[in-house]
Design a protein around this ligand. Structure first.
Ligand code: GZL
Length: 321
């Protein structure tokens, strides 16, 4: 707010000198409310839907004016949205970067406009950490590790175990890190990744890639899907091929959204690593601190757990998303 007030004062002074000009008003109608520009990845999965709902509800509850943009999983749309937020002179910009790289230029524009940036959900790969105030989200490498560690335990004494991997969006932090963590956990075991391909975090993508895997591999023991939606698509493909998901081919996924947890409880998925989408309240708290000029941690990692089939049956009724 202070920045906008100074800009307005400067604007009035300048107007006096130039005799006539428009007002230096802020981006929001109400000068007291924080105006926040948020660029969301898209609406590709149940996780994303829950994440968007959490952000919208938390902004409303905090009295923060939210300008929301859905990028339909395209980086160029996110860059356009961030530039638009800069032109509208919002107080703060937050976004979930669809991929890790290619952000330095637009974030430098935000920095030069003196608009703080908060990363949520996904991180960026940049040498310049001054381009953002903080990152709020999950430790995706740990999520991949948890998935791999469960499989190492579950497949003890089974000999060679062949895994096909349904990867998330190419170049995205969750896809890169969930792959890294899983590979780290299975290294030195008899678990082999025989094929990997992106399903872009969507159910249809997971189904199409799994259909191709089933055509080219007759010895698939396990599917490791980087999110529930691709795992649910794989279930459709496995059943269409006349095999039993969860038994003939085991499935491990990440997220723990309701549809995934239902499939876990039904025995079609074997293990799910939680990835918490309910970031809204923590994000608004960080927004208020950053706009007030308070120091915040550079990285805020959310708490997450894992679920077996038995655990899913117990917690399903109370799941919020
Ligand atoms: C993870 C998030 C991922 C989810 C997917 O934080 O970025 O994107 O795991 C979603 O379901 O599409």
């Amino acid at each position: 707010m202070l920045r906008r007030l100074m800009a307005a004062v400067a604007g009035v002074a300048l107007c006096g000198a130039l005799a006539a000009c428009g007002s230096g008003g802020s981006a929001s109608g109400d000068d007291d409310a924080i105006t926040m520009g948020f660029s969301q990845v898209g609406a590709e999965s149940g996780w994303r839907t829950a994440n968007t709902k959490s952000i919208r509800e938390a902004a409303k509850a905090a009295g923060i004016e939210l300008k929301f943009s859905d990028a339909q999983q395209k980086q160029e749309n996110q860059i356009k949205a961030i530039r638009s937020f800069i032109q509208q002179r919002v107080d703060v910009i937050a976004f979930s970067p669809v991929v890790e790289t290619g952000w330095d230029n637009v974030l430098l524009e935000a920095k030069r406009a003196n608009i703080p940036v908060i990363l949520t959900d996904r991180a960026i790969d940049s040498d310049d950490e001054s381009l953002y105030e903080t990152f709020l989200g999950s430790d995706f490498v740990e999520e991949g590790r948890k998935a791999g560690e469960w499989l190492v335990e579950d497949s003890k004494g089974e000999g060679t175990v062949n895994v096909v991997e349904l990867q998330g969006t190419t170049g995205s932090a969750p896809a890169l890190d969930r792959q890294e963590g899983f590979q780290e956990a299975i290294s030195g075991s008899d678990i082999k990744i025989i094929a990997s391909q992106t399903g872009d975090f969507t159910r249809s993508g997971g189904k199409q890639v799994m259909e191709a895997f089933l055509k080219s591999h007759s010895d698939i023991d396990v599917v490791y899907a980087h999110n529930d939606d691709m795992g649910l698509g794989a279930i459709e493909a496995i059943e269409a091929a006349g095999k039993k998901p969860g038994e003939d081919i085991k499935i491990i996924t990440v997220d723990a959204v309701k549809d995934g947890m239902q499939a876990l409880a039904d025995g079609k998925i074997n293990f799910i690593v939680e990835c918490n989408p309910l970031l809204g309240d923590q994000l608004m708290d960080l927004v208020q601190k950053v706009v007030a000029g308070e120091q915040v941690p550079k990285r805020v990692v959310v708490e997450e757990t894992t679920f077996t089939q038995e655990e899913a049956k117990k917690v399903l009724p109370e799941r919020q998303y």
